[in-house]
Design a protein around this ligand. Structure first.
Ligand code: NAD
Length: 268
């Protein structure tokens, strides 16, 4: 039995495939042998990336639209005849959205609904479409991207973190309902990851706080997430399902006050 990392002959959809983490993932899945469907709201960037990969297809899709999601899956079947990997990576992340997403007392219903429409409902619809194909094949791997913010309370991004926490539970539901049918489903939870989108609007003081609270000497990079997705998609992960893999340099595992304790000890 081949339990390696090879994805030779597999067909993958990566939503948000034109973004920072998504494009790194599309490239790595391709390197490991997969045919990749770059699915993104930004059709131009998706097309440019697909043109740069050996056997890839770009599909413009808005995950807030059920009809467009159905079109994504039928285009994938038309092009490749199967689907082995679904990487649900897209999320509503524009600077306007992130800046407006505060605590629940100040939450607008419109922002809450928009966030859940893409991050949670969109992910569910992609899973549902993928499961119909994967059930017939008797195999498949789904990777849902959440965030380490889904694990802890914070003073920012209340809608985003709740939408991602729902994705964690959806992951366990799918793992339970479809494991015996040869389909695995796991979540990847990035911490701050050095994409343009994540870092562009980050004030230096905020970045410094994250660095101090991260146990590794560096803040993660899109390839850290891509490597985890590619592993979870492969046969090397055949016994891993329903899990949350946190890829945040340990930011979410330490005791409160870690950075201040470290400073105190270093300072004698
Ligand atoms: N970068 C980080 O620091 C970080 C941290 C935690 C979690 N994440 C998660 O990782 C994933 C990727 O994030 P990223 O940093 O690469 O962001 P990014 O903004 O670079 O990429 C997101 C992509 O999703 C696409 N997208 C947005 N709305 C869409 C929609 N309605 N339909 C289809 N596509 C849509 C965008 O066009 C973009 O290409 C997201 O799920 C995000 O929540 C990222």
């Amino acid at each position: 039995m081949d339990m390696g990392l090879s994805l030779k002959g597999r067909v993958a959809i990566v939503t948000g495939g034109a973004g920072g983490i998504g494009s790194a993932t599309c490239r790595l899945l391709t390197e490991r042998g997969a045919k990749v469907v770059v699915a993104d709201l930004d059709g131009e960037r998706a097309a440019a990336l697909a043109a740069d990969l050996p056997d890839a297809l770009a599909v413009k899709v808005d995950l807030a639209s059920e009809a467009e999601i159905e079109n994504l899956f039928s285009k994938t079947l038309d092009a490749y005849g199967r689907l082995d990997i679904l990487d649900n990576n897209a999320a509503l992340l524009g600077a306007d959205v992130v800046q407006a997403d505060h605590d629940i007392a100040n939450m607008t219903t419109e922002l809450w609904d928009r966030t859940f429409a893409v991050n949670t409902r969109g992910t569910m619809l992609c899973c549902r479409n993928a499961l119909k194909i994967m059930e017939k094949q008797g195999s498949g791997a789904i990777i849902n991207t959440a965030s380490n913010l889904a694990l802890q309370g914070h003073v920012i991004q209340a809608a985003y973190s709740a939408s991602k926490a729902a994705v964690l539970q959806m992951t366990r539901s799918i793992a339970a309902s479809h494991g015996k049918r040869g389909i695995r489903c796991n979540s990847v939870l990035p911490g701050l990851t050095g994409t343009k989108a994540a870092l562009a609007d980050l004030p230096p003081r905020l970045r410094q706080i994250v660095e101090e609270e991260t146990l590794t000497p560096y803040v993660g990079d899109p390839m850290d997430i891509a490597e985890t997705v590619a592993f979870l998609a492969s046969d090397a992960a055949r016994s891993i399902t329903g899990q949350m893999i946190v890829v945040d340099g340990g930011t979410s595992v330490h005791v409160p006050g870690f950075a201040r304790f470290t400073e105190m000890i270093a300072g004698g």
